[in-house]
Design a binder for this molecule. Structure first.
Ligand code: UGA
Length: 439
């Protein structure tokens, strides 16, 4: 099928490459000419394992090309995926829908024949119905230009795998034709036995935000429990393992530590609360305020623990921060807990040196005041405290005895509860964690 994918941020770039990989003819569209030129040359605008390989393959096969023209997209494709961002509004909890509205207003006037516009962006419930009406009003094809909602559940770091082998496909549709089109688009994915759920537009929109709200709640739950573990001398990681064996609970998203960040969970729970308020049911999601507060509280807790390790004050102290990305295997620093902690500690008087295997470029742009170094060991030279804040694999391979010889004071805070703290202790380190016992 001929498909256009509009928006080449995280979601769009991955979706375009993956759709071409499964055999469709794809046109990726973005208003950013520079990004389009880079993609056309086979360069992804961000680090995502496996993406560049399938991008290059798709470009080479002639199945994928890029453009800045919505008019071209309308002429080319039978299905148009909208993948633009819906960030948090500045100074408010709700989502900024200006990009998605601009796409619909820009594309619809060129839709002169049967086609399906498919929203993938995360939106407040009710948006899809409004956009469907807008498409019908602006498109010369009228009702022959339909709209469906197909939320995306991919995780950064696993985006290609999650797109090619998703654990479910959810489609909000209002016609049989939309169902037929979507089944044809995802035919090869459905052949793998992927569950395919059809529903109405509002349910599809809500599935996405409810999923992210649940994941955020799970993380904040374990982080709240970890405070109790800390107070009682218990080990939250073993506790999580034990809980996880209950298949009704499951172990995933029960890793206590510095909490969640990134471009999705925080902004989505806030937008969910804002939308529930508008619908007059804000009280029902009151608990998400607590989830958000528990999460941001983790960052304050990490700063406090680091200050304790530094002897009660950061003045004149060198602090090494291992990790700047919001999680491993990405260069994304949006709402990164690690960077947030680093920034706060610097504001409190420490010299902060940050290392990240991939995210230094983005981190420097977001926080130019911090010092960035190319090697983890360099960040730790003459450090009074080492903070492990993003759990990249390479940090687990650090030899604590070797690192002890470069720091000024061997003090470690493991903000992600994955380092073998017993080994660090044996190598002479004073160690702290956020809820984990010393193993
Ligand atoms: C999240 C969801 O997991 C995806 O399903 C969703 O599609 C995506 O948002 C989105 O809405 O686009 P992502 O933001 O890539 O994906 O990151 P996650 O893997 O969910 O991690 C989010 C944060 O939670 C990270 O900062 C991570 O370190 C933290 N986390 C995760 C924990 O603190 N503890 C855990 O046990 C798991």
């Amino acid at each position: 099928m001929r498909i256009s994918v509009i928006g080449t941020g995280y979601l769009g770039a991955v979706h375009a490459a993956c759709m071409a990989d499964i055999g469709h003819e794809v046109l990726g569209v973005d208003t950013d000419a520079q990004k389009i030129a880079a993609l056309q040359d086979g360069h992804a605008p961000f680090f995502e394992p496996g993406l560049e390989e399938i991008l290059v393959r798709a470009l080479g096969s002639g199945k994928l090309r890029f453009s800045t023209s919505l008019q071209e997209a309308a002429g080319f494709a039978d299905a148009h995926f909208i993948c633009v961002g819906t960030p948090q509004l500045p100074g408010a909890a709700g989502a900024d829908l200006s990009h998605i509205e601009a796409v619909v207003d820009g594309l619809a006037p060129y839709l002169t024949r049967d086609c399906l516009v498919i929203g993938k962006s995360t939106v407040p419930v009710g948006t899809a119905a409004r956009l469907a009406a807008r498409v019908a009003e602006l498109a010369p094809a009228g009702a022959a230009a339909g709209l469906a909602w197909n939320p995306e559940f991919l995780r950064e770091g696993f985006a290609v795998e999650d797109t090619l082998r998703p654990d479910r496909i959810v489609v909000g549709i209002t016609s049989q034709t939309a169902d037929v089109t979507l089944r044809a688009i995802y035919a090869s994915v459905l052949e793998l036995g992927t569950p395919y759920l059809t529903t109405d537009l509002p349910t599809a929109e809500l599935v996405k935000v409810a999923a992210n709200a649940f994941l955020a709640t799970k993380i904040s739950f374990i982080n709240a429990v970890s405070n109790v573990c800390d107070a009682a001398g218990a080990d939250v990681m073993t506790l999580a393992d034990a809980l996880g064996h209950d298949t009704r609970i499951g172990r995933r998203f029960l890793s206590a530590g510095l909490g969640f960040g990134g471009g999705c969970l925080s902004k989505d729970i806030r937008a969910f609360m804002a939308r529930a308020d508008e619908l007059g049911v804000g009280d029902s999601l009151q608990f998400l305020r607590e989830v958000d507060q528990i999460n941001t509280g983790r960052r304050a807790l990490a700063v406090e623990a680091a200050r304790d390790l530094a002897g009660g004050s950061f003045a004149g102290r060198n602090v090494a921060v291992l990790g700047a990305a919001f999680k491993p295997d990405t260069d994304d620093v949006r709402d990164s807990p690690a960077l947030d902690v680093a920034r706060t500690i610097r504001a409190q008087g420490a010299v902060v040196r940050v290392h990240d295997p991939r995210a230094t470029y983005n981190a420097r742009r977001a926080c130019p005041d911090l010092d960035y170094v190319e090697e983890a060991v360099k960040a730790c030279e003459a450090a009074d405290v080492v903070l492990h804040l993003t759990e990249w694999r390479e940090y687990r391979e650090i030899d604590p005895a070797e690192l002890a010889s470069v720091v000024r004071t061997p003090c470690l805070l493991d903000g992600r509860n994955v380092l073998p703290l017993g080994e660090w202790q044996a190598a002479g380190w004073t160690v702290r964690s956020l809820g984990g016992a010393i193993r």
